[in-house]
Design a protein around this ligand. Structure first.
Ligand SMILES: [Zn+2]
Ligand SMILES: [Zn+2]
Length: 133
């Protein structure tokens, strides 16, 4: 399964089925996306590879450790490697093909926007929950 940024410069592939997604409704994710939440998933590093554009990626990290990587050409959020090196976080909207997985967990729900109406069967967590385990 392939994914890419808005301009198409950064592209990647995952060779494993995505089984679950999560959404983070914290205020930083609201600002980072400009909308209600980040929707992400994780794959083992061995199941991920860059196709192109890896040298076009910039990174921003807050003092808290909150980090996101983005394409320098179009600004779209792109996958980033866990500090531990064993997993890669992927912004789910970047995939170019349909995904059958559903959102299984919503985190930092306590901080969600008043206009953010959460649907589906995902579990709701007021604060952090280790969605990558
Ligand atoms: Zn781009
Ligand atoms: Zn967040």
């Amino acid at each position: 399964m392939k994914g890419s940024c808005v301009c198409g410069n950064v592209a990647f592939a995952v060779d494993v089925a995505i089984e679950k997604l999560y959404q983070c409704h914290c205020k930083i994710c609201q600002k980072q996306t400009g909308t209600s939440a980040v929707t992400g998933c994780f794959v083992a590093t061995g199941n991920f590879r860059w196709i192109s554009g890896e040298d076009s990626i910039s990174s921003f990290t807050k003092p808290s450790g909150y980090r996101y990587d983005f394409c320098r050409c179009c600004g779209a959020t792109v996958p980033n490697m866990f500090r531990s090196g064993d997993k890669v976080w992927i912004p789910v909207g970047a995939f170019d093909e349909p995904i059958s997985a559903k959102v299984t967990d919503h985190i930092f729900v306590k901080y969600k926007a008043g206009w953010d109406e959460i649907g589906g069967d995902g579990r709701l967590h007021d604060e952090f929950y280790p969605v990558y385990e």
